[in-house]
Design a protein around this ligand. Structure first.
Ligand SMILES: [Fe+2]
Length: 319
């Protein structure tokens, strides 16, 4: 199965329902090639389940005890810190194929069309893992308020795209995110921190699981109610690439600052393998930007020795 571009009705579903599962957007062959790099940051399901305590200590050390002001009960929905302990931020080590998925043409095309702009910024980039039994992954219904200083706006020009690219098959027992269509959550303000089941059983009854094969992309709007559910498959694990985009210039939206990792050799290798338009997704100035002069191009070429700076030179008139 190979990659495809989003269908028009999928763009419409994202806009009107608030979320869409683009089944098999990227081919399983490309996903499997990239997941080799996951082995550099997470244990395989087999290794984890053979020795959960030992593998956790090996990869994460012995984390200090939590100092949360509120400890969620073990059962039922909650925001437990352990739900997020297996995560790694871009740039990822390894062959570089996992990094390339962030700027996959099928994903960028979808977001271009969803946000109706060619001037995008990638503002969140991390891989996440879950393992059956590691914690109770079930969350209460919420919107993601930690991507913006502001409440979500409905006007399309102010929307952003949050997305999960599935790196493993996400079936019913593999903790598919549950989401509610905007049509069915109408009237609920997306500014509330969370909604517990007994406060709004109708909202919970309207949730749907976003199941899909690896290579599927779950994309949702910031005003969509959703929640994680527990991972129940025996010996199971779930891996995904979390990548989110906004329209350039919307400084109130953000999550990761990739500049803080710009000295990483994995970032250097990523830059050297990228086109100027892929780099522009990160805020790297494109050819023709007023910041460029010959000296800066030469210094940049020294910092990224294998980057072809011809496009920047050509625009200056000095190929
Ligand atoms: Fe969320």
């Amino acid at each position: 199965m190979s990659a495809r571009f989003a269908r028009d009705e999928e763009i419409t579903a994202w806009r009107e329902d608030g979320w869409v599962l683009l089944d098999g957007l990227i081919g399983t062959d490309e996903i499997d090639a990239a997941t080799v790099d996951l082995r550099e940051v997470f244990p395989t399901p087999e290794r984890y389940h053979a020795d959960p305590v030992g593998e956790t200590e090996k990869w994460l050390g012995r984390p200090p005890p939590g100092r949360e002001w509120y400890v969620w009960p073990p059962h039922g929905p909650g925001f437990r810190p352990e739900q997020h302990r297996w995560q790694s931020q871009f740039p990822f080590p390894g062959t570089g194929t996992l990094n390339r998925l962030l700027v996959h043409p099928a994903i960028v095309d979808f977001v271009n069309r969803a946000l109706q702009t060619a001037d995008l910024r990638l503002y969140q980039a991390q891989v996440l893992a879950k393992y059956t039994g590691d914690t109770n992954y079930e969350q209460p219904m919420h919107t993601d308020r930690n991507h913006s200083f502001l409440p979500p706006l409905i006007d399309p020009q102010w929307l952003h795209v949050e997305a999960f690219l599935y790196l493993s098959d996400v079936h019913g027992g593999a903790a598919p995110t549950h989401l509610v269509s905007l049509r069915e959550s109408a009237g609920r303000p997306p500014t509330v921190p969370l909604i517990m089941p007994d406060a709004d059983p109708e909202l919970y009854a309207a949730e749907r699981p976003a199941t899909g094969v690896r290579g599927s992309l779950l994309a949702y709007r910031p005003d969509v109610f959703h929640r994680a559910v527990d991972l129940t498959a025996p010996g199971g694990a779930r891996f995904l690439l979390n990548v989110s985009f906004k329209t350039a210039g919307q400084d109130w939206i953000g999550y990761h600052a990739i500049q803080s990792r710009a000295t990483s050799p994995h970032w250097v290798a990523f830059v050297e393998a990228s086109t100027w338009s892929e780099l522009a997704l990160f805020g790297f100035p494109p050819p023709g930007h007023p910041i460029w002069d010959t000296a800066l191009i030469e210094e940049t070429a020294r910092r990224y020795p294998n980057l072809d700076v011809t496009p920047w030179r050509v625009v200056l008139g000095r190929p």
